[in-house]
Design a protein around this ligand. Structure first.
Ligand SMILES: *[C@@H]1O[C@H](CO)[C@@H](O)[C@H](O)[C@H]1NC(C)=O
Length: 137
């Protein structure tokens, strides 16, 4: 009887072990499915000129790249580009500032920018940060 119980216990242990290996392998493939998203271009520090356009470059590559949503943060806050007349997203993911604004009391463009790419329900990646400085303060 004891031998039979021991065999049964061994059988279930093996079953549970195999099941947890399968679960672990599944989790691994979910991670692999996401890693193909990466930045092929990340923004660099830029010296802009008041009254002229400026571009911060960003481009996403990888198998899932076409599905990625690109957004920009300035000084840590997401820019609402839909409601922005001077800034817009270029087709590849770069940020265009059509006319750099810079006066003594209004300096909306100077700051630290960061590009993020999001795949809904999977996660997002963030680029390096880049500083935009306006020449000839
Ligand atoms: C952005 O990309 C364009 C086209 O590849 C390049 O000409 C330009 O120098 C880049 N600008 C910056 C600030 O990296």
């Amino acid at each position: 009887m004891a031998v039979r119980q021991a065999r049964l216990l061994l059988f279930f242990s093996i079953l549970i072990f195999q099941y947890s290996s399968i679960v672990a392998a599944d989790t691994g493939s979910a991670v692999r499915a996401f890693t193909p998203l990466r930045f092929s271009v990340e923004p660099c520090d830029v010296l802009a000129v008041r009254g002229l356009p400026a571009v911060l470059n960003c481009s996403v590559a990888g198998a899932e790249a076409v599905l990625a949503r690109v957004e920009w943060r300035k000084d840590g806050t997401f820019l609402n580009l839909a409601a922005d007349e001077r800034r817009r997203l270029l087709p590849g993911g770069s940020l265009l500032i059509s006319t750099v604004v810079h006066s003594k009391h209004n300096r909306p463009d100077e700051g630290v920018y960061q590009c993020t790419a999001t795949l809904d329900s999977l996660g997002s990646i963030s680029s390096r940060t880049a500083r935009l400085t306006v020449a000839g303060q």
